[in-house]
Write a protein that binds this ligand. Structure first.
Ligand code: SME
Length: 164
C-alpha cells in the first residue's frame, strides 16, 4: 500500500513508450516528433512541471523548441546551464538540487530539481537536449533517465541531423 501511495501520479514508462511509438510511427519531421513527445511526457507525471526541447541550431548553440509549462528562455549556449552541460558533454544531467548546480539557469523560481538528456540520432549526432524541471526536490532518478533515454533514442533514431 505504501509503495502505491509513493508512486501515485507517476508515469508508467512502458505505457508511455507504447503510446509515443504509436503516435510518432513513420513521422520524420523533427518538430512534429518533439511536440508529440513533450505533450505525452508532460501530462504523464505529476513531477513534470516544465518539459521541453532545446534544439541545436548552430555550433555550440541551443534554441528553444516545443515545450509545455511556463515560458522558457529562448537561447542557451553550450557553455551555460544544465542544458548546456548536457549538450557539451553528451552526458545525462541529473540535478537533485538546482541551487547546487553552478550556473543553473532559473527560468522559473519554483524549479527545485532537473533532468536533462542529450537527444541524438542513430548516428550519434546531437539534435537537441530534453529538459524536465520539477518543483519537487530530488524528483528524478536513474530509472527515469534510462527510461526517457530509451524513448528518445527510438523516436529520433532516423532523423538526419541537427537543424543547420
Ligand atoms: N534550467 C535550464 C534552463 C532551461 S529552463 O529550466 C526551461 C538550465 O539550467 O539549462
Amino acid at each position: 500500500m505504501a509503495a502505491f501511495a509513493a508512486l501515485a501520479g507517476r508515469v508508467d514508462y512502458a505505457d508511455l513508450s507504447a503510446r509515443i511509438n504509436a503516435l510518432t510511427h513513420g513521422e520524420m519531421d523533427t518538430v512534429a516528433l518533439m511536440a508529440t513527445v513533450v505533450c505525452e511526457m508532460h501530462h504523464a507525471d505529476d513531477r513534470f512541471d516544465w518539459t521541453g526541447f532545446y534544439r541545436v541550431v548552430a555550433p555550440e548553440l541551443l534554441k528553444i523548441g516545443p515545450y509545455q509549462g511556463g515560458h522558457g528562455c529562448l537561447v542557451i549556449p553550450f557553455s551555460r546551464g544544465v542544458c548546456g552541460a548536457a549538450a557539451r558533454t553528451g552526458q545525462v544531467q541529473l540535478v537533485p538540487d538546482v541551487d547546487g548546480f553552478p550556473g543553473h539557469i532559473a527560468c522559473a523560481s519554483s524549479t527545485r530539481s532537473e533532468l536533462v538528456l542529450p537527444v541524438c540520432n542513430a548516428a550519434g549526432q546531437l539534435l537537441a537536449v530534453f529538459d524536465i524541471d520539477s518543483n519537487q526536490p530530488d524528483a528524478f532518478d536513474v530509472h527515469d533517465a534510462q527510461s526517457i533515454g530509451q524513448i528518445l533514442a527510438a523516436v529520433f533514431a532516423q532523423i538526419k541531423g541537427p537543424d543547420f
